[in-house]
Ligand binder design. Sequence first.
Ligand SMILES: [Zn+2]
Length: 90
Amino acid sequence: MAGDNRQVRTSRCPYCSHRLDAASAVDGSGAAPVPGDYSVCVNCGGFLRFISRLRLARITATHLKGMDSETLAELAHAQRAIFAAKKRAR
Ligand SMILES: [Zn+2]
């Protein structure tokens, strides 16, 4: 995964309550997240989206349906990387 993490407003994962204060663009661009962008929780692998003031919200079934396949593949890839890293850490 790209190493250029961006500090973001501290927010809790809506799935596992893990404190999240950094994000890295899945495309490796180093771009800072904006509302509407998607993310994956580094703790539980839950799919997230940035909403106003860069707070984090769950991705609903409606969002998943409207997501293009490339974005979905990037999220799934990031989720697999997180699960693999957690498995190695055990
Ligand atoms: Zn989480």
